[in-house]
Design a protein around this ligand. Structure first.
Ligand SMILES: Cc1cc2nc3c(=O)[nH]c(=O)nc-3n(C[C@H](O)[C@H](O)[C@H](O)COP(=O)(O)OP(=O)(O)OC[C@H]3O[C@@H](n4cnc5c(N)ncnc54)[C@H](O)[C@@H]3O)c2cc1C
Length: 509
């Protein structure tokens, strides 16, 4: 059985598939018809939030069936809180399927640096302080199970999801006040662009390779390679049986928590750049050959056994793609709007791509609720204004954290703290001996204490006045005291390569 089929037949997926989700109350119908392209976290969560706000929703998805691809991501406190307080049925399932692992960190040589200890979103220094906004546990999710949970709720709400529909482009018609897509019906072998679909609003939730930039920005804006890629895999622990030492090592802790092991080595992540996407599989043998080329004799035997235990079609070589922050995520009339990875790219080290995708969904559905059918364009523009700076802040933190993951936690990252001040026009670098932002801590409070739904209701009027009459408006969902200035990934990469810390200003803790 192939790696992907293994997950497709996972009994927990089957259980989720046949479950029913208790749905929350729904707002009265808004009369707004919405077509969502993509059934990833952004698309499915947008479907649910738009349904809850009374909008009329359909979803189309390129894959022929619900995806089982991918490994894990974490759901941050603001999303867990939103689910717990607005979606009681989902909250129950979320509790049941999410993992709450403990973490150990090792040097590449095997020596334990710290752990095992609970995973937390808080700074390590004040981890013991009680904060009512923080959940008492961690939510680590298998992507396929999380998506299946959302999909079951979407179906339960009576929202139609049609698979095998690949969108080739987006358009809007300002005069008719509609937007639409051309698509290929891949289930029926249709020809390119033969079918069109229209709605009052089209939400592009089609991920990093979105086809919506033509409609939004007038030209394509491709995500570029960061120069890094990850080998990723995920497989049932039973496959470790032929390796007893490894199976013992990977067993759950005596307290019942599963155990995440991080092995950190300098520069290890800098070499693998082969694949293009989640479909880019790489043979186990190639990965074993690659690790032999790593510094200091490669990986310890235990980790090589882990690679050997991986199913033949089980390793994905995932290229890390970056697109500079795009201030504009909606078309001229606001009838096509991007959410999730189609609007902004995140590196896995951010721990925030899925969270920001779901924040987008919540914010957009709420703005449309306030604006109503006659103000779709304004509602979308207000959503855009509320989201852009916050997302750009989350992107830069995630990117810098990625750079820092190449330094094991107790090694002084001295190469990052010297050098002359940056010549960059939009970013300044520092020569202090301490990082201005402690990126080794978890998400900042400005990230996890946020309530995107409440924020949209609170700020809608102020942004509308700002856009229509030019009154002053400042977002408060970004680090306090930080003044957003445009930046590019290239600038940041160059500064970091020169061994500098960025001086961003404001409170990022
Ligand atoms: C297969 C896959 C596996 C992933 N696994 C992980 C993981 O293990 N860990 C992690 O942290 N992140 C993973 N990610 C990324 C992560 O899920 C996203 O970064 C994040 O959650 C944002 O979600 P999104 O819905 O915006 O985009 P995505 O998750 O990329 O979802 C986009 C959806 O749109 C569909 N789509 C794309 N193009 C078209 C088109 N032209 N027409 C119609 N539909 C289209 C895709 O099939 C997909 O279902 C994965 C992404 C994908 C696509």
């Amino acid at each position: 059985m192939s790696f992907r089929k293994t997950f497709f037949h996972d009994s927990e997926l089957d259980r989720l598939e046949s479950s029913l989700t208790e749905l929350p109350p729904r707002c009265p119908p808004s009369g707004i018809s919405i077509l969502i392209v993509g059934a990833g976290p952004a698309g499915l969560f947008a479907a649910l939030e738009c349904w809850r706000k009374g909008h009329d929703v359909r979803v189309i998805e390129r894959s022929s069936e619900p995806t089982t691809a991918g490994d894990h991501f974490s759901i941050a406190p603001q999303i867990a809180r939103h689910i717990n307080t607005r979606w009681p049925g989902l909250a129950q399932q979320n509790e049941a399927i999410a993992d709450d692992p403990w973490l150990s960190i090792h040097r590449i040589t095997g020596e334990v640096i710290k752990g095992p200890g609970p995973l937390s979103w808080k700074d390590e220094d004040d981890i013991g302080d009680y904060d009512p906004l923080l959940p008492t546990r961690f939510y680590r999710h298998h992507r396929a199970k999380f998506l299946r949970m959302l999909m079951v709720a979407v179906r339960g709400a009576g929202i139609n999801i049609t698979y095998g529909q690949r969108v080739v482009d987006y358009h809007e018609d300002a005069a008719r006040q509609v937007a639409g897509v051309r698509l290929v019906d891949e289930s029926g072998g249709g020809s390119v662009g033969a079918t069109t679909m229209e709605a009052d609003l089209v939400i592009a939730a089609d991920g990093v390779g979105t086809k919506s930039h033509g409609a939004v920005n007038g030209h394509d804006i491709r995500a570029e390679s960061s120069g890094y890629s990850l080998y990723r895999t995920c497989f049932p622990v039973e496959r470790l049986a032929p390796y007893p030492e490894l199976a013992h090592y990977m067993r759950p802790l005596d307290n019942g928590h599963s155990h995440v092991h991080v092995w950190a080595g300098l520069g290890v992540m800098g070499h693998a750049t082969q694949g293009e996407s989640w479909g880019a599989q790489v043979p186990v043998e190639n990965v074993l050959q690659f690790v032999e080329t790593m510094p200091d004799g490669g990986l310890p035997d235990l980790l090589k056994d882990l690679i050997r235990a991986t199913p033949d079609d089980g390793i994905v070589d995932w290229k890390l793609m970056l697109r500079d922050p795009q201030p504009r995520v909606a078309s001229e009339s606001g009838r096509v709007v991007q959410v999730g990875d189609s609007a902004h790219t995140f590196l896995p080290s951010s721990g925030d791509g899925a969270n920001q995708a779901m924040e987008d969904a919540i914010s957009l559905a709420s703005c449309l609720h306030v604006g109503g059918k006659s103000n779709i364009g304004w509602a979308v523009k207000i959503h855009n204004k509320l989201r852009f700076e916050r997302v750009a802040c989350a992107q830069i933190v995630g990117f810098l954290r990625f750079k820092q993951t190449m330094h094991p936690p107790d090694d002084k990252p001295s190469s990052l703290v010297s050098g002359p001040t940056s010549p960059s026009p939009s970013l300044t670098a520092t020569t202090t001996t301490k990082p201005p932002i402690d990126l080794r801590s978890r998400l900042g409070r400005w990230q996890w204490a946020h309530d995107p739904e409440q924020y949209a209701y609170d700020q809608y009027g102020a942004v509308l006045r700002h856009l229509q009459m030019g009154t002053a408006f400042r977002n408060t969902n970004i680090p306090r005291g930080y003044e957003y200035r445009p930046w590019t990934f290239r600038e940041v990469m160059d500064l970091v390569a020169q061994g500098k810390f960025l001086e961003l200003g404001g409170d990022w803790s």
